[in-house]
Design a protein around this ligand. Structure first.
Ligand code: FMN
Length: 360
């Protein structure tokens, strides 16, 4: 059992006990690998495998690989597909596609076909019932009582739900959630908003991680995991003192040796010339925090149609990644990106745990 030192409580959610209350966020699209999740588990923390974008078969393979590498507890995160967007999707999406022609031509590709994709939650849960995740989480909505009770019954594990507001938190708890992932505005990647409101500049409330944790621990009686902009043990300690049971870090792990982050993405995170992050719909049609780059500046007004825009920009992003061109890639990053370091995940976990144990 990894040494967690004095003073730091393990994270407890139902029967799940994690010695070090540090979680490596699920990061779909490549960054989270079985090797990364295994390394975080070996260091006493908890890693999440991301099921988002994957087919059920690909998820099966990913979980099987993790189970070959590790016998430590791990979580699996599922995206909820939500309803198909209504309204004049075609016109807005077509106008956006037209605006992408210069980039597409530059890479010699055509924009992708806009389409809605189903996340196949029922099939993925069927697969997970044949494995042994210690916890399952849902992002982009309310899983509802039927899905939550199915996880309890068929997998026998707790359910966490990503929330960005008090209203979402109350609904998730009413649906039976055993824990909440409180995601603040600082977070890298997609915001977990249940409704990405086109009338709001960042798609919804701009509550910080610390504010959200403080608010939620007062109004719900399930454990709250803090996520967004966390980069060191002092920040983790402060959030635990505010009532969180654990801290979930994504960006901090992006350049770990075990992460599957693309080379240009990682290089950009370590490049001092990037000056800022912003919340943008430019890459996927859903509000997400990225490093500010040429693509975010050229496409400030993307229509709120996820996953249509995700599919439309994919060939450009893939070609740019292959060409090493960070200017046209979704460079997901939280506001704390300047603290990103490269190296083994064990070293990052050791640093964070050491800082946390050292106290304020
Ligand atoms: C590259 C990347 C991919 C992400 N993918 C997911 C995902 O698949 N599911 C999810 O619930 N959250 C995802 N997130 C959000 C994280 O769960 C978490 O909220 C966020 O990373 C915390 O903020 P930080 O990046 O500042 O640490 C992603 C974040 C990043 C940076």
């Amino acid at each position: 059992m990894p040494d967690r030192g004095d003073g730091v409580e393990p994270m407890r959610i139902g029967s799940l006990q994690v010695p070090v209350p540090i979680l490596c966020a699920p990061m779909a699209g490549g960054p989270s690998t079985p090797a990364l999740v295994a390394a975080v588990g070996a260091a006493g923390g908890l890693g999440w495998l991301p099921a988002g974008y994957l087919t059920p078969e690909a998820l099966d393979d990913m979980v099987a690989e993790l189970e070959r590498r590790s016998d430590r507890p791990y979580g699996v995160n599922l995206f909820l597909s939500g309803p198909e967007p209504e309204g004049d999707v075609d016109d807005q999406v077509q106008a956006y596609i037209d605006g992408l022609r210069p980039e597409a031509q530059r890479y010699g590709v055509a924009p992708g076909e806009p389409r809605f994709t189903d996340e196949h939650v029922a099939e993925k849960l069927e697969i997970l019932a044949r494995h042994r995740p210690a916890i399952v989480s849902f992002t982009f909505g309310d899983p509802g009582t039927t899905v939550v009770s199915r996880v309890h019954r068929e997998l026998g594990v707790p359910v966490a739900v990503t929330v960005t507001s008090e209203a979402e938190a109350r609904t998730a708890v009413a649906s039976g959630a055993d824990a909440l992932v409180a995601q603040g505005i600082e977070a890298g990647g997609h915001r977990g908003l249940w409704f990405d409101d086109p009338a709001e500049p960042d798609g919804g409330p701009r509550t910080t991680t610390a504010e959200l944790v403080r608010k939620l621990v007062d109004v719900v009686d399930v454990p709250v995991i803090a996520a967004g902009g966390i980069t060191d043990g002092a920040a983790i300690g402060a959030l635990l003192a505010a009532g969180a049971v654990g801290a979930q870090l994504g960006t901090a792990f992006l350049c770990c040796d075990e992460a599957g982050t693309s080379e240009p993405h990682c290089r950009a995170l370590l490049d001092a010339r990037y000056s800022d992050t912003l919340v943008t719909r430019a890459f996927s049609g859903r509000s997400a925090r990225s490093l500010r780059n040429g693509f975010t500046e050229r496409h400030p007004e993307a229509p709120p149609h996820y996953p249509h825009i995700h599919h439309v920009t994919k060939p450009i992003r893939s070609a740019a990644t292959a060409a090493g061109e960070a200017d046209d890639i979704n460079l997901w990053a939280g506001t704390g990106w300047r603290s990103v370091t490269a190296g083994p995940a064990a070293d990052l976990m050791a640093r964070l745990t050491g800082e946390l144990n050292a106290g304020p």
